[in-house]
Design a protein around this ligand. Sequence first.
Ligand SMILES: C[S@@+](CC[C@H](N)C(=O)[O-])C[C@H]1O[C@@H](n2cnc3c(N)ncnc32)[C@H](O)[C@@H]1O
Length: 415
Amino acid sequence: MKFAYVCVLFILIVVENGSKAYPLDEESATAPEDYMDYVELDPMDNVAELQKTSTGRTWLGLATTLIEKPAHHAFVFHFPMATQEQLELSGLIKSVHQRLRDSAKQQDPETVWKEHVRDEGLLKSYAEAMHKLATCYWDRTMEVSCKRSNSRIEWVVASCRCYFHGATPLLYLFREKDDKVMQAIDAGYRYEHRPYTIDRIKLLDVGSCYDPFASFPDFDVTAIDIAPAGSSVWHCDFLEAEVNKTLSIPSISEQHHSIEAFPGDHYDAIVFSLLLEYLPSSEQRLRCCRKAYDLLKPEGILLIITPDSRHQGANAKLMKNWRYTLGLMGFSRIKIEKLEHVTCMVFRKCIFPTVGKRWCDIHREAYMEPVLNIPQDFNETKLEEKDDSAMDVPRTDEDDGEIRQAFAGLPFLES
Ligand SMILES: C[S@@+](CC[C@H](N)C(=O)[O-])C[C@H]1O[C@@H](n2cnc3c(N)ncnc32)[C@H](O)[C@@H]1O
């Protein structure tokens, strides 16, 4: 479905000095070669994708006007303004995250968190805003309609299917790899594996909000949130939830539609989609990952989606430190992929935690420590500035302004 603000039927490409304008319509979705390497217009959504391969930059979005900036040899999209509602929704989400982080810098993060989860009014507003932003704006405009392969939900589903199902499930390949690591540690290592039996993938979606995985029939989903946005989502604060190894199913309270305790070694897959950034301290994020470890079956997977609108590699050090930190817990990272606005990772719970720890021993670098920081934890998000050398185009304040406007609808733009 087209959105009201995307009703323009052509795109103008304008050289910045104003001397030339190139109309792009549905029939001729091409551009003069000397101005760009690649432009694609999806007539269904008026989505344009522009790639300048010489710089490796790609801009993707709903565009009305593309402007080339010859001085920088870069192109800038002029997007239709995000609707007022979209800005208000993302503003609310950002302000909740920001306020939690600010408070946790001044007082004990645990106290801050306890106060936060008691604020029912705020949680309800957040849930409504996130639900609407994700389903009415973000998923449809910034992800799915632009490029199906940019959907974090689709990414999780495809990654799970590849790992557990298919002609040669990846699970068995990683099992063999782990066996080799174990043999390298101990030449006498022998282990009798059993087949990993699976029918529907038992998936725990933590911080689910609106239960986006419910529509996939090969998944048996348990969706939890401190602020459920739908009736299929159970109320549960994952930070406080108990792990009880004697249980065979989650312990629930029908009255509160909540889950109080989970069985250990139970789930095939656990999803943290945009969850960790909500938590104000590294310690709380670590606790969630450790709990996920306990709830997963051996060889189960933890899928983490984290917002990241920067270029590929900008947060590489941070992500490597996450790998190190989760490795110490006994996870091994088996996949990492940068989509348009998020970085997506799969961590496997190794049968033997030594496999994850060995990676840490071999790959430890001086900066690595067992913490889970996010870029927003730092006042200045300049952690990987040196790596920006890969981008040989100087970016001006004006460019940054354009980019900010373009992505203004995203709830996670760092402010
Ligand atoms: C940014 S939203 C992401 C929603 C959804 N997963 C998605 O990808 O669109 C983060 C969600 O995590 C939930 N959340 C935060 N901390 C939580 C916790 N400790 N336990 C359960 N849910 C939590 C929030 O209420 C919110 O709905």
